[in-house]
Design a protein around this ligand. Structure first.
Ligand SMILES: N[C@@H](CCC(=O)N[C@@H](CS)C(=O)NCC(=O)O)C(=O)O
Length: 201
């Protein structure tokens, strides 16, 4: 059986969301980021980076949340995985883009503005991260003004991968980016998204 390591309070959120869309059974190791279980030799043999998420699919071990979602959606023939080559390429484009342009920026912004104890927060990290997040929101706003969805004519894994990374943005005032706001709301209204949100909150 598929096993997934990673709490919904981590980047595993986007993988657990997809597993809900796929509606397949899995064994969940509900590990929090940096917990002692991810420092054991057994876990480091699965992911030498010591990070979650990781999956073990009947002995096939894979880390990196984007790679995991691309693999699982394709393996299970999900309708969320685009069937035409150009939409598939857009799925790759937005998945790699989110890792580069928004994922860590948003985490760092929240950590250094809201999550860490005040004494540990670094204002310069919060500011630099916010500036990069704003630039990424601007890019998404333009893209979503031109097209309702990121990779094709319907909600796809491209939307899930980027929308999943934007979970924390649900708690921000996005009125400056109306297309982004409307799209993000629609993504998170899906029933699998609502279920995974309940796992996290
Ligand atoms: N690029 C990786 C990032 C993985 C990552 O940084 N995971 C965090 C939790 S969200 C983690 O395990 N942090 C623990 C640590 O840094 O010790 C992915 O998308 O899977």
């Amino acid at each position: 059986m598929l096993r997934i390591y990673g709490s919904a309070k981590s980047r595993a959120l986007r993988n657990l969301w997809l597993l809900g869309e796929l509606d397949i059974p899995y064994d969940h190791k509900d590990y929090l980021p940096g917990c002692s279980e991810t420092r054991t030799p057994e876990f480091l043999a699965l992911n030498p980076n010591g990070r979650i998420p990781v999956i073990d699919d009947d002995g096939f071990v894979l880390s990196e949340s984007m790679a995991i979602n691309l693999y699982l959606a394709r393996k299970h023939g999900s309708p969320l995985y685009p069937s035409d080559t150009k939409s598939e390429a857009l799925l790759f484009q937005w998945s790699f883009w989110q890792t580069d342009r928004i994922d860590r920026q948003l985490v760092n912004y929240f950590m250094h503005s809201r999550v860490l104890p005040e004494a540990e927060r670094k204002r310069e990290i919060a500011e630099a991260s916010w500036n990069e997040a704003v630039a990424a929101f601007d890019v998404l706003e333009v893209a979503l003004r031109k097209s309702q969805w990121l990779a094709g004519s319907a909600f796809s894994l491209g939307d899930l991968n980027v929308g999943g990374a934007l979970y924390r943005a649900l708690f921000l005032d996005l009125s400056k980016w109306p297309h982004l706001q409307a799209w993000l709301t629609q993504c998170w209204q899906r029933s699998a998204a609502t279920r995974v949100r309940a796992m996290r909150e």
